[in-house]
Design a protein around this ligand. Structure first.
Ligand SMILES: Nc1ncnc2c1ncn2[C@@H]1O[C@H](COP(=O)(O)OP(=O)(O)OP(=O)(O)O)[C@@H](O)[C@H]1O
Ligand SMILES: [Mg+2]
Length: 258
């Protein structure tokens, strides 16, 4: 399980927060990690402390026709944690991508030359089932789905699962659903507790990340929760998910097949 897409077409479910924290946690565990910001909002880029408009080469250069080699577009954050940043120009790029042959495989083809350099490639997807998300799912070995514990987010999972199934059938039969990660969970709210119960029953629940102020503290300094509050409940949960990824046990206490 090397290439992992963090995806959900629903907005604000902590996709970017999850990508950042897992990236930092995997790197802290000694793994070599590449994070890819695939969202024109560039939230991951900003979260790691970079200015989107100041970057010379971004994901746009990787994806455009006759684009630059991905190796030239990678920014090192530290020795074993790298990123391909995003920028607002990624939005109009989608139109160009749609007009190309084998448009679903543009990212896959671009990433191939550097895959061997990394233990993990984490892709932060945009909040749409767009050609960008399809590209991420088409090159991923696994998809991890962060989901808020509210009813509409829960209902949105059906649509996401349909799209994943279609991609498995038509483009990427190797794609596995790693599981869902409950996020922004408020234990005091009845609805949150009920939805968490449904997620536990119906999905492979990887963990529960509570809604806590600690999540936002490091954002101005480009720090993930696992770095700025390593003993917080949020950090503990993200580190546990990183451990599950490393061990290949995608259920707590159970071996994942494949
Ligand atoms: N555990 C948490 N507790 C409190 N706030 C959180 C937590 N996780 C994430 N947040 C906050 O929730 C908001 C949405 O998170 P994030 O940007 O990671 O979601 P997203 O799914 O990537 O959003 P988008 O769909 O816009 O890309 C952010 O302001 C983030 O700081
Ligand atoms: Mg995001």
């Amino acid at each position: 399980m090397k290439v992992i897409a963090i995806a959900n077409q629903k907005g604000g479910v902590a996709k970017t927060t999850t990508t950042h924290n897992l990236g930092v946690a995997l790197a802290a565990a000694g793994k070599k990690v590449l994070m890819i910001d695939l969202d024109s909002q560039a939230s991951l880029t900003i979260s790691v402390g970079l200015e989107p408009l100041e970057m010379q080469r971004t994901i746009v250069d990787v994806l455009k026709k006759d684009g630059a080699p991905v190796r030239e577009c990678i920014q090192p954050l530290r020795e074993n944690l790298h990123i391909v940043t995003s920028i607002i120009d990624l939005a109009p790029m989608e139109m160009e991508m749609l007009s190309r042959a084998s448009r679903e495989k543009i990212l896959d083809r671009a990433l191939n030359p550097v895959k061997a350099d990394y233990d993990y490639v984490l892709i932060d997807c945009p909040p749409q089932l767009s050609i960008l998300t399809i590209n991420a799912l088409s090159c991923a070995d696994g998809v991890l789905i962060p989901v808020k514990t509210d009813y509409l987010a829960y209902r949105g999972l059906t649509q996401l699962q349909d799209s994943i199934r279609e991609i498995q059938e038509l483009i990427n039969p190797e794609l596995k659903v790693i599981g869902v990660l409950a996020t922004l969970h408020d234990t005091r709210v009845t609805d949150d507790r009920e939805i968490l119960g449904l997620l536990k029953e119906e999905y492979n629940l990887l963990g529960v990340v509570k809604r806590l102020a600690a999540a936002k503290k490091g954002i101005y300094d480009g720090l993930a929760v696992v770095e700025q509050a390593p003993n917080s409940e949020i950090a503990t949960e993200y580190k546990a998910v990183a451990e599950m990824i490393i061990s290949g046990k995608m259920k707590r206490g159970e071996q994942c097949h494949g």
